[in-house]
Design a protein around this ligand. Structure first.
Ligand SMILES: Cc1cc2nc3c(=O)[nH]c(=O)nc-3n(C[C@H](O)[C@H](O)[C@H](O)COP(=O)(O)OP(=O)(O)OC[C@H]3O[C@@H](n4cnc5c(N)ncnc54)[C@H](O)[C@@H]3O)c2cc1C
Length: 268
């Protein structure tokens, strides 16, 4: 059941490149949120009327030294709301509604390797996810793509924890020059019992879904969509999906039926 809480910023780190890691103390959210779910965060006193959606990035234990009620959000400044958020100091009030939506399937089965495919700030849900999968004994490989080195926040966190991290950047400033889908194709060509869990810009997700389909590998994607409410009422975030044997188009809400959806269900 989502809760609407008033909280204060506990810590707020500028990670460079417009990326920030925000921490709040919210015991009910820390207990009840699953990796891939999200919060609608409001900024009391700001002129942004609508709350903005952000994935849970860290739960208790994800980041060293965090308390048992700590919840982290990783965000990138892209517009008015995130610009305003970036100016807020520890102690500032926030409103936070959540947990919302459907998270990643954590029951991967013994011996399955998780391929986490992240595009830039699309890495936001993966620390909490990698920690939860790691606790279940699932091996995770992170394929982390971005425009340039400054768009790879938390790369050090992943390098310290994931058994394998493969980095690509479009400008070649970190890792291999190219797109994250290049190493994904190479990895799938090696075969094995793998499952893809992806988050990033929708064009990247579309390509990842096509690669997964070709290789007959199960794939879940965490979608981004503009949304006003976050709990299924405004219908601003619907996406076309296929349903039934005939594959009829049906519209589903990213905020309720997603944001994580099986890739094969989407009518890209
Ligand atoms: C389920 C979900 C989880 C998300 N998790 C994160 C996260 O963990 N970290 C993070 O940095 N961002 C996340 N986002 C995107 C984030 O919500 C937007 O970046 C944010 O709302 C922008 O607010 P703004 O006021 O700064 O930008 P605005 O002034 O509203 O818009 C600035 C630009 O960003 C684009 N934009 C705004 N909202 C979205 C959106 N929802 N999807 C795609 N483009 C958008 C606009 O088209 C415009 O070009 C998530 C979105 C969804 C739907």
């Amino acid at each position: 059941m989502p809760r609407d809480l008033s909280v204060e910023i506990a810590s707020h780190r500028d990670l460079g490149g417009g990326n920030h890691l925000l921490e709040v103390e919210a015991a009910p959210l820390a207990r009840e949120t699953a990796p891939g779910q999200f919060f609608m965060i409001g900024f009391p006193g700001a002129d942004t009327l609508l709350r903005r959606p952000f994935s849970v990035c860290g739960l208790p234990g994800t980041f060293d030294g965090s308390s048992r009620s700590a919840v982290h959000v990783l965000y990138k400044v892209v517009g008015r709301g995130t610009e305003h958020l970036a100016s807020r100091k520890p102690g500032s009030p926030l409103s936070i509604l959540g947990p919302l939506g459907r998270g990643f399937d954590l029951e991967l089965g013994a011996g399955t390797e998780a391929l986490l495919v992240a595009g830039g700030i699309g890495s936001a849900p993966f620390p909490a996810l990698a920690a939860a999968l790691g606790a279940r004994g699932i091996r995770c490989t992170l394929l982390y793509g971005a425009r340039s080195a400054s768009d790879l926040p938390l790369l050090d966190w992943f390098r310290a924890r994931a058994p394998e991290v493969i980095v690509t950047t479009e400008d070649g400033s970190a890792g291999t020059r190219g797109l994250v889908t290049d190493p994904l194709r190479e990895r799938l060509a090696r075969g094995g019992n793998v499952r893809i869990l992806a988050c990033g810009p929708n064009p990247m997700l579309r390509e990842v879904a096509a690669i997964a389909r070709e290789a007959s590998v199960p794939c879940e994607v965490s979608l981004e969509a503009r949304m006003a409410c976050g709990f299924g009422v405004c219908l601003g975030c619907v996406v076309p999906t296929r349903r039934g044997e005939g594959g009829e188009t049906a519209y589903e809400r990213v905020c309720v039926e997603g944001p994580v959806m099986p890739a094969e269900k989407l009518a890209w």
